[in-house]
Ligand binder design. Structure first.
Ligand code: NAI
Ligand code: MG
Length: 502
């Protein structure tokens, strides 16, 4: 592994300039320091060294941001803009992201640790696509004319229709695995529906959200429509959840924190949508094409170092293919180069933080103690940064913690099965239900198994394919509500019925 000692030296001029100063927060269209004056360091996962200081938002800053969002929602120019004016602003923002895509990819790679070229191709491109797709909605969101049957006097008439109105001030709390893309998934539909927003990026990865904030100002969104307050979960995040002027919380992160937020939001009956953890099965059926299934299973878990909520972390393999699959997985994994994400050759990059590193290494130890065989990896790589070797744990079973709990790292649990009629029971034996993949050449298998799998997305002969037109979200403890596609409009509008007597 080649260590990059000075990550900043690998940046272009724009990104280097961005990280050369303390980053402030965006409140009411202005860049301000925290009321407390506090800052925190954001760290480079490849080295553990600080990148720059970021102003640390807390209750007072959240309160200022929420009040700004409330003013912008009730009285500012935003509610009076036409749908087409909102569309123009969103398109302008998408164009600005595209114009600054390389810089954003570098900042993402530096702050999160991920591969710069993949960040450009996946994270930044999908963020642009999300704003463009959602920019199409403002002029197309409409209510219905209702065929009323209310009894009436001969000279009376009732006319009924519905309006789809924005929900109001939205608090959005996002994680660190796809920092800019999660901003786009949250902001774009909320804006398309006419809401105003206070967004709290993850404390591990605030940089691209703050750069996006600059682009939002440059695009010309009115003050207070989007406010961005970096800070910690138990302080800034909790204050946002508790604030009485917030109408809805949209959260992506751990199931544990999702439950805390849902409980807290219940007090004021805030609306909530939750995109939470997963332990998604990848199921190789006996007729699968292994030339597709084996590399597919590797990328299902290793993409983004396994830090993907829908990662294919449980692989089910039929007895007759088991040895060939294990051998193929080991071969594929050993070809992956490990190192800093700022060198695009490196396909396995550091985990986001020391905490995640410790958590993942802890699970690998648990897997060993539980009796899994470590086929590849299992160790730290290098002595600085948070690198974990891609790890394959074979001979696992449903009773193991490593099979039941979300690891969120480059760790695949492989399990054999002998009876294909058992496969949906095994796949569904989890508290989660975010994604699943089936690997088969038989359309009959697709028709038979897809309806039985309890997951928000089922992929066939692929995994982790996300498209802005395709709704995404969880069954069971993976959450509720669907992001993307037209389903997301449900999360950011509410229906008003109007009845006129004429
Ligand atoms: P987390 O759920 O603690 O953090 C996600 C976001 O929630 C961050 O912005 C954080 O500041 C905020 N937050 C934390 N506590 C909060 C609170 N009490 N009130 C309001 N906001 C709060 O996730 P964390 O600790 O970073 O990762 C732990 C595990 O969660 C991971 O190992 C993984 O299993 C899972 N996870 C799942 C993600 C997904 O995409 N579904 C993303 C990140 C983590
Ligand atoms: Mg946390």
């Amino acid at each position: 592994m080649d260590a990059i000692v000075d990550s900043k030296a690998a940046l272009g001029e724009q990104a280097r300039k961005f990280v050369s100063e303390t980053r402030k927060m965006l409140v009411d269209g202005k860049w301000v320091a925290a009321a407390s004056g506090k800052t925190f360091s954001t760290l480079d996962p490849a080295t553990g060294a600080p990148i720059t200081e970021v102003c640390e938002g807390d209750k007072e800053d959240i309160s200022q941001a929420v009040l700004a969002a409330r003013r912008a929602f009730e009285d500012g120019p935003w509610p009076n803009m036409t749908p087409s004016e909102r569309e123009h602003l969103m398109h302008r923002l998408a164009d600005l992201i595209e114009a600054n895509a390389d810089e954003l990819a570098e900042l993402e790679a530096l702050d999160n640790g991920k591969n710069k070229a993949i960040a450009r191709m996946v994270d930044i491109n999908l963020a642009i696509e999300t704003f463009r797709y959602m920019a199409g909605w403002p002029s197309k969101i409409s209510g219905d004319v209702l065929p009323l049957s209310t009894p009436r006097a001969p000279d009376q008439q009732f006319f009924g229709y519905t309006l789809r109105e924005p929900v109001g001030v939205i608090g959005q709390i996002i994680p660190w695995n796809f920092p800019l893309l999660m901003c786009a998934w949250k902001l774009a539909p909320a804006l398309a529906c006419g809401n105003t927003i206070v967004l709290k990026p993850a404390e591990e990865t605030p940089l691209t959200a703050l750069r996006l904030g600059e682009l939002i100002c440059e695009a010309g969104f009115p003050d207070g429509v989007v406010n961005i307050v970096p800070g910690y979960g138990h302080t800034a995040g909790a204050a946002l959840t508790a604030h009485p002027e917030v109408d809805k919380i949209a959260f992506t992160g751990s199931t544990e924190v999702g439950k805390i937020i849902a409980r807290e939001a219940a007090d004021s009956m805030k609306k909530v949508s939750m995109e939470l953890g997963g332990k998604s099965p990848a199921i190789i059926l006996p007729d699968a094409d292994l030339d597709i299934a084996i590399p597919g299973a590797v990328s299902a878990i290793m993409f983004n170092q396994g830090q993907v909520c829908c990662a294919g972390s449980r692989l089910y393999v039929p007895d007759n293919l088991y040895d060939a699959v294990i051998e193929g997985l080991a071969e594929n994994v050993s070809a992956l180069k490990i190192g800093s994400g700022l060198d695009p050759e490196n396909m396995v990059n550091p985990l986001v933080s020391e905490t995640q590193f410790q958590r993942v290494m802890g699970y690998i130890d648990i897997g060993r103690e539980e009796g899994a065989s470590v086929i590849t990896g299992g160790k730290r790589r290098g002595d600085s940064g948070y690198f974990v070797e891609p790890t394959i744990l074979a001979d696992t079973n449903q009773d193991m913690k490593v099979v039941q709990e979300e690891i969120f790292g480059p760790v695949l649990c492989v399990q054999r099965y002998s009876d294909v009629s058992e496969i949906t029971r095994l796949a569904n034996d989890t508290i989660y239900g975010l994604g699943a993949s089936l690997w088969t050449r038989d359309v009959g298998n697709i028709m038979r198994f897809v309806p039985k799998i309890k997951a928000g997305t089922v992929w066939v002969n692929c995994h982790n394919i996300l498209d802005v037109a395709m709704p995404f979200g969880g069954f069971k403890q993976s959450g509720y509500g669907r992001e993307l596609g037209k389903d997301v409009l449900e999360l950011y509008t509410q229906t008003k019925s109007v009845c006129i007597m004429a």
